[in-house]
Design a protein around this ligand. Structure first.
Ligand code: ADP
Length: 869
């Protein structure tokens, strides 16, 4: 066995080897250690290898999926080694080969590699997330990208420049990336494959064979880099599936300039599909998604990841949303219907990959017949938008297949196919007969039990069945003598502690009838299963189109639902470079506030040719970041074809969206370096066009005041004067306000705040004009910084400002401020106790109301340094 194991281990490469032994997958050596730790299961030993005990752990075959899921999530790949012959076959083989049959080892082979990007199992996939596998190939300075969702077969080919690869991968968000072995440029965790598999001619040939076409022209004009990537992708799928290819739909060409461009940093900062910690909660999609099907959520995620640039296509989507928004009753009916529809695309994926179950066929039957019902219902609807018509045309045409599946399958087919029982009565007369035979025999056996009780006078006699003996007659030891008699007609089979088991000729005959009929019935069901699978495979493209159409229908209705729920509006898309958002809101922040019972303050944003850049000041926590992001998100939503959280929105198409957050604000993401901030900012300056929309949040913050201010100044100026794009720029540098003197299309704004009874009230309301002063100290007090520290800061600030006045304009870096010389010369501040004593001395007690006196006491108490312990 060791030799067989080691050979398979070698073949598995860097994957963990699941070695099938009876009802378990066992892991040995290092694999066992790794898996035991990840899965938190017991590590034992079995036998010895070179004098050392062999570490081992195992998982039961019937629950292997959940263990696989955890290993895959932890970044492992798993090779499944199955037994490929029965023990009897192994013995027969041993005999032929002349080895003693006691030594016969069941043959095993790796039947599949389970990897993160090639999953089809329901239990291993997230219903609302596409699972993308990507292959990359470089050809003459261009990168070909082949991306496939193996669970549904959707395949996209595209090409990009090397410097845009990061943005493309961020958009696709693959679970696994495959590259040629000598690949030099990221991503880090790629799988290396032989370079020879990334050849454009074999890629093209494989695609043509798979889709049975002489040329790929009908699908699009793919470049050689794309085809090379496709070649690498298909070869990898061959490799992991051991020659069993999953469902692959005809490749779709993605044009480079087809959508709104967003780079990695922008996606991360806008938290589109996940928040900064990688979770869905708190992301844009979590706040938007009201889809009732997993497939709908997957399409919506795609829409939000790749907003459009083509106003006709955007309007098509918006018209569909509008259609459902105006029909609340029908919308509710539609959503109820969709909710009950199984995930057709993924069921199809499993069936085509050869991993389908009778249950998957049942799902296809139910989904397709529901699609046809929806087609029938919606064809009657008046005023249908174009997109709905396109959807409807793909919901129909499955009459013959659904009819076949309906006749063939029982109402709820099982997941396990080896036990049969999924083909309906009445579908196949021969199968019915076999079932009748075994039914007859079962009844005969039941009757036999009663007869034997009568004949023997043993009321407790039973006819039972188990996996080892089959059918047998059982009596207690007390009664056994009667059956033991030589002429009793019973033959002894087994003596247990309290029971003795017998056989009889008649019982043997009936049992044989059941076994034979059962075996034939299983074979017949298996044959029907294969036929049904073949029918589904033949119709795969039409089924996939129906699945996609249902998902699109879901997205349209879900966006209408969301719009109604939040009173969102239909954006007006224009070809100019204006942006006019009235009463805009941030969908995520608004939802979070609503949960806490608080209200979101809506704000307007109007940018145009002569007012392109808004410089926004105001206190920390005043709502600057929120305002910036909400406008970017509204643009993104609009171009994704969704309604938007605003009273009204006119949006001149945005070709590229950039969002940058100053390093200091981004600490949580662990990207504190100023370098990162500058690299990202440089990308804007290199890539933004006059049609772009840029939001800059505290850029320049990640370095000392002097550098930071200078950089923020220069960046704002460049955006204003050279790029001339729409831009919102939040900053705490008051000095930037002076840009308004030279930049004619720059205007000053601030988030309003008010000091009220010594406390700061943040109004989260945008107003025109520069921020009047820094509210930093008030914010500090709000945050609970002790009053003594705040007071000290206040006096430092006063000195600072006086110095600034004196030096005129922009303050110097803190280090060389004359102020510090002045401060150093000053006596150190009095101790907190001394300050308190002074304050008590100065207090005019008679002028205080009791309430004020109490407040004062509280304040003094706060000002006292805390005692240790
Ligand atoms: P800043 O960028 O000015 O420091 P943020 O945009 O991060 O401020 O906002 C801080 C907090 O203020 C948010 O987490 C939110 O709770 C609240 N807030 C922001 N904008 C609004 C608004 N328009 N209406 C209500 N609350 C808001």
């Amino acid at each position: 066995m060791m030799a067989q194991y080691l050979a398979l281990r070698e073949e598995a490469g860097d994957a963990l080897l699941f070695y099938r032994m009876g009802d378990f997958f066992e892991l040995f050596f290092e694999d066992a250690r790794t898996a035991a730790q990840i899965l938190d299961i017991a590590l034992t030993t079995r036998g010895e290898h070179m004098g050392e005990p062999i570490p081992m752990c195992g998982v039961p075959v019937h629950s292997a999926e959940s263990y696989l899921a955890r290993l895959i999530k932890a970044g492992c790949r798993v090779a499944i080694a199955e037994q490929v012959e029965t023990p009897d076959e192994a013995k027969a083989r041993a005999k032929r080969e002349g080895t003693p049959s006691s030594k016969a080892l069941v043959g095993r082979a790796i039947v599949r590699l389970v990897t993160a990007g090639t999953l089809t199992e329901e239990a291993l996939l997230e219903p609302r997330r596409a699972n993308m596998l990507v292959a990359l190939a470089e050809l003459r300075g261009s990168i070909g990208i082949a991306a496939v969702d193996v669970s549904t077969g959707a395949m996209v080919l595209e090409e990009c420049d090397p410097e845009m690869l990061g943005a493309a991968l961020a958009r696709i968000s693959p679970s696994e990336v495959v590259v040629p072995e000598d690949w030099a440029q990221g991503p880090d965790a790629a799988i290396f494959r032989p370079r020879s598999t990334f050849a454009s001619d074999t890629g093209s040939e494989r695609l043509r064979t798979i889709h049975g076409v002489a040329t790929l022209d009908a699908f699009g004009s793919f470049t050689r880099a794309m085809l090379a990537a496709a070649g690498g992708l298909i070869a990898y799928l061959d490799h992991v599936g051991r020659g069993n290819l999953p469902l692959l739909l005809p490749p779709v060409l993605r044009e480079t300039q087809s959508g709104m461009a967003m780079d990695e940093a922008t996606r991360a900062s806008l938290e589109i599909l996940q928040n900064s910690t990688g979770a869905r909660a708190g992301s844009l999609i979590a706040a938007v998604d009201r889809c009732v099907t997993g497939a709908g959520s997957r399409i919506l995620a795609e829409d939000l990841s790749a907003p459009l640039l083509d106003s006709d296509r955007i309007e098509e989507r918006l018209a569909l949303v509008q259609f459902w928004r105006d029909r609340p009753i029908e919308r509710a009916q539609l959503r109820d219907a969709l909710r009950a529809i199984p995930d057709l695309g993924r069921a199809l994926g499993r069936v085509v990959a050869g991993r389908g179950s009778p249950r998957d066929l049942g799902q296809l039957r139910d989904g397709l017949s529901e699609a046809m019902r929806l087609h029938h219902w919606l064809t009657g609807a008046p005023d249908r938008p174009a997109m709905l018509d396109a959807i409807l045309s793909r919901l129909t045409g499955h009459g013959a297949l659904t009819d076949l599946l309906s006749r063939a399958l029982v109402p709820t087919p099982p997941t396990e196919r080896s036990n049969g029982g999924f083909i309906a009565d009445g579908y196949d007369a021969a199968l019915d007969e076999l079932r009748a035979t075994s039914g007859d025999a079962r009844r005969a056996i039941a009757a036999m039990e009663a007869r034997y009780r009568d004949e023997t006078g043993i009321a407790t006699l039973k006819i039972r069945h188990n996996g080892v003996l089959g059918y047998f007659i059982e009596v207690s030891a007390r009664h056994a003598d009667r059956l033991m008699a030589p002429d009793s007609g019973f033959t002894h089979r087994q003596t247990m502690k309290d029971a003795i088991r017998f056989n009889s000729l008649k019982l043997h005959e009936e049992a044989a009838r059941i076994a034979e009929a059962g075996g034939h019935a299983l074979a017949a069901e298996e044959a029907h299963f294969e036929e049904l699978v073949a029918e589904v495979v033949a119709a795969r493209e039409a089924i996939a189109a129906t699945a996609a159409a249902l998902a699109r229908l879901d997205v349209g209705a879900a966006n209408a639902e969301r719009a109604t729920e939040g009173d969102w509006c239909r954006p007006e898309i224009t070809e100019d470079t204006g942006l006019a958002i009235k009463g805009g809101r941030h969908p995520v922040v608004e939802a979070a506030l609503a949960k806490a019972g608080e209200r979101f303050v809506a704000n307007n944003c109007t940018l145009g040719e002569d007012d392109r850049l808004w410089l926004i000041g105001g206190p920390n926590m005043g709502g600057k970041s929120t305002f910036l992001r909400q406008n970017a998100l509204i643009v993104l939503l609009a171009q994704a074809g969704c309604f938007v959280p605003a009273e009204s929105a006119r949006i001149g198409l945005v070709d590229r969206l950039f969002s940058r957050v100053g390093a200091a604000d981004n600490l949580a993401r662990g990207r504190s370096t100023f370098m990162v901030e500058m690299v990202e900012t440089a990308a804007i300056l290199a890539q933004a066009t006059g049609r772009s929309f840029v939001i800059l949040d505290e850029v320049g913050r990640g370095t000392s005041t002097y550098d930071g201010l200078a950089l923020a100044w220069a960046v704002a100026e460049a955006v204003h004067t050279q790029i001339r794009c729409r831009c919102l720029f939040a900053t705490h540098y008051h000095e930037l306000a002076r840009l308004a003197e030279t930049c004619e299309a720059l205007s000053l704004h601030h988030v309003r705040a008010r000091e009220w009874q010594g406390d700061l009230v943040l109004l989260h309301e945008l107003a025109e004009g520069p921020a009047d002063r820094s509210y930093g100290l008030a914010v500090a007090r709000l945050a609970g910084v002790p009053a003594s520290v705040v007071n000290r800061a206040k006096s430092v600030l006063e000195k600072l400002e006086a110095t600034r006045e004196a030096t005129g304009g922009i303050a110097a870096g803190l280090g060389d401020l004359p102020l510090f010389a002045a401060m150093r010369a000053e006596p150190a501040p009095a101790s907190a106790e001394q300050q308190l004593a002074d304050a008590l001395q100065d207090a005019d007690l008679d002028a205080l109301t009791p309430r004020e006196a109490l407040d004062l006491l509280y304040e003094w108490k706060r000002a006292l340094p805390r005692r240790n312990g």
